[in-house]
Design a protein around this ligand. Sequence first.
Ligand code: 26Y
Length: 823
Amino acid sequence: KPGPNIRRVGTTVEDFEQNLLSNLYFQRGTTIESASAGDAYHTLAVTLRDRLVDRYARTVAAHYETNPRFVYYLSAEYMLGRQLNQNLLYTGTEQWTREIAEARGLSMETLATLDVEPGLGNGGLGRLAACLLDSMATLDIPAVGYGIRYDYGIFKQTFQNGEQVERPDDWTFYGNPWEFAAPDDQHVVGFYGKTESANGDSMAGPRRWIPSETVRGEPSHMLVPGYGTQTVNIVRLWRARASRQSFDLARFGAGQYGEAVQHIALSESISKVLYPDDSTELGRELRLKQQYFLVSCSLRDIIRRFQFRNRDWDAFPDKVVIQLNDTHPVLAIPELMRLLVDEHQVDWDRAWSITQRTFAYTCHTLLPEALETWPVALMERLLPRHMEIIYLINHVFLRDLDMRHPGDLRLMRDLSLIQEEPERRVRMANLAVVGSHAVNGVAELHSRLLAETTLRDFASLWPEKFHNVTNGVTPRRFVRLANPRLSSLISAHLGGDGWLTDLDQLAGLEAFADDNAMRERWRDVKRLNKVDLAAYAARTTGVVLDPQAMCDVMIKRFHEYKRQLLKVLHVVTLYNRLRDDPAATVVPRTVVFAGKAAPGYRAAKLVMKLVNAVADTVNNDPRVAGALRVVFLPDYNVTRAELIVPSADLSEQISLAGKEASGTGNMKLALNGAVTIGTLDGANIEIRDRVGADNFFLFGYNAEQAMSARRSGYSARSFYDQDPELRAVLDAISGGVFSSGDRDAFASVVDSVLGWDEYLCLGDYRSYVDCQDTVERAWQDRERWTSMSIRNTARSGFFSSDRTVRDYCRGIWNVEPVRVPEE
Ligand code: 26Y
C-alpha cells in the first residue's frame, strides 16, 4: 500500500507544507524566492486536488468492488462556483493554509480572488445541477455529472450608459488547476451524412449511419467531493477537438494563416461558447450540434463504464439511471436506441424497454415558449438516423395511444412527438416524457401545474410517471462558505456543525428566536456582512451603502415574468413619496439588484437600463440621501451570490404566480435569515408553509387568479386610472424623470405595461406596495424582525439539496449509497 507521502495525505501542518513545496517545485517549476501570487494559488490548488485524488481513487475502488447502480446526470449547464474555498473546507486544510500563507505575507482573500469561477451555465438550472452533485457526493451516491467544457462560459456583464454590454468569459486563460484532461480518451462524434440498411430493410432493424462529418470529444474531469465523507465523484466535461490532420500545412506555408486553421476552428466551435439564453429558443444549428455532442460522448462513456463490470444488456437499467436536466440532453433517448439497435444488435422492443427504464426527465419550466422544438428538416440533415428512430418511436407510441383512445385525433395531434403546424418540428419534451420512466417538476405547485396544464394529457395517460421533487440548495456553499459568521453563531447554539449534513437540525435555533442575547448577535452578523457588501459596492460601483439600512435584494436573471419592473415601480413609489415629503419618517433602505439578461432579450434589457437610470437619479438626489439607495451590482454569478445573500434582510420573490417553476435563490436567502416578500409561486409556497405566514410577506394574485384575470377582462389601464400613486410613478418614468427629460427612453416599457401587461405588474402593484409598507412597519420593531429572521433560518432546513437528492433516490432513482472506507 502506498504510504502517506506518496498519497500526499499527511496529517500535520508540516506534511502539508512539504506537499506544497513539492508541488511548487515539481508541478509549477518554480521556487519560493521567485514564486508569484499566481504560482502560490496554482500550487495550493493542485495540493488540495492531490488530497481529493486520494479519496477519488478509493471511491473508484469501492464502486468497482460494489458494482452499484449509478446516477448519470446529463446537463448542458453547470454553475460550479469557485473551487478553492470549498476544497479547503472539504479537505480540512483551511487553518494550515492560512498559517502558511500569512507567514509569507499572502492573504487568503488574495488567493480566493485568483480562483476563477467556471460559469458554465445561465442560472437556476445550472446551479441546481451543481448543488445536486455536491449533495450526491455528500450522501455517498455513486454518480457522474456529464456536461460541456465551454471555452467561454456565461458572458461577463458590464454597463455602458446603463446598458448591458456582454464581454467574453475566457475562464481558462491562466489555466484551470482543478481539472484533469484525458486527451487519449476521445470519442468520435458524427454529424450529417446518410443511413443505409445493415441487413434487411426495416427501419427498426439495425441500420448503418454514415456521417459525413466527424469531430472528436475530449473529456476532462473535475473532482466533486462530498462533505464529511470520503466519497469524491466527478463531473466529466467534453470539449470538441478537430482531428490531428486538420491543420493545413500547405496553406500555412503559402502564408494563408487564417485558412490554414479554418477547419480546426469550425470543428472546435461546437464547445466554444455557452448559449447565454434561457428565455427563447435560438434555433441555431450549432446549438443542436452541441446537444448531440454532449449526448453522444456521454452515452459512449456510460456504456463503456457499464461494460467494465456487466455483460447483459437487460441489466443496463439496473446499473444505470440517466437523469435528463431539462430537454437539452433529450437526444440521449434516440441515441441510446441507436447504439443498442445499430451497434449492439439488440432488437427494437427490448432496446425500447431498456431505454424507458433508464431515463428520467426533469422539467424546469411552465412557459410553453420555453419548451424546445427542433425543425424536422434540420434534424433530418444533421442526425438522419436519429430522425428515423424518432419517427419509429412516434409510430409505436401513437399506435398504442390509438388502442387506448381510439379515434381521438385531438389527443394524437397534441401528444405526437412531431408538431405539424406551422412547420414540422420535433417536440423534445414529448420525446422526453415518452422515453422516460419518470418525469418531475421542481416544486409542488410546478409539478401540479405541469400535470394540469403543460403536460396534462401525458399525466392522464401515465399518472404514475409524474413526480414532484422540490429543489434545494447546498448548505455547505450557501451557508457555511458564504456566511462564516452566521455559521459560527449557528454552530455555537446547536453545539456543533452537524447541521451542515442534517439541515433539519436548524430547527434547534427556534428555541433562541426570542432570546435577546441571540438576537443581538444575529443582528451583529447581518451588520458585519453588510459592511463587507458595502465595501465591495463602493469599490466596484462607487455607490456608498449604509450598513444600518434595510438591505432589500432582488438577484436573479432578468426576465419579464420575474418582474424586476414591479420592483422598479416600488422604488419609484418610495422616491416620489420622499420627494413630496422629505420629512416623512421612512425606513432607510438599500435596494440591491443583480442579474444578467439574455443578449437578445430587448424588453428585459430595457428594464435593466431603467434600473440603472433610477439608481442614478435616486443616488444623486440629496433630498433622499440617507433614506433610499439603489445599487445594481454588475456581473451576477455564484461568487456574487455568496457575497450578497448573507447581507440580505428582505428577499424579493415577486414573479407572477404560476410562472416561476421553483426558484432556488429564494431558498438561499431564507436560509441566511432574509425574510421573503413574495407571491404564491414556485417554491415560495413551500417556504411560506414552513416558515409560517407570520414570517413571510405575501402579496398578489395566486396562480389561479392570475390565469383567470385575463379571461375576466383584465385591464392594466384601469389600475393606472384608479390609482394616483401608480399613475405618478408611470408618469415620472415616461415623463423623463430618470432620463434627463428624454420622454422616449422608457416609453416602450410604460406602453407595454399600460397596453397588455403580460405579467400583470399593474394588477399586483397596489397589493405589493401596501405589503412593502407592512414590511417597513415590521422592520421598525427590531426585536420582532430579528425573531422573524431567525425563524426563517430555523425553519428552512427542508430546502437542503441533500433532502432533494434523497427524494430523487427514493422516488425516482432507486439507488443506494456506497460507503468509501477511510483507508
Ligand atoms: C432551451 C434553452 C433556450 C434554455 C436554456 C436554459 C432553456 C432554459 C434554460 C434554463 C432554465 C432555468 O434555469 N430554469 C430554472 O430552473 C431552476 C432550477 O429548477 C428553477 O428554480 C427556476 O424556477 C427555473 O426558471
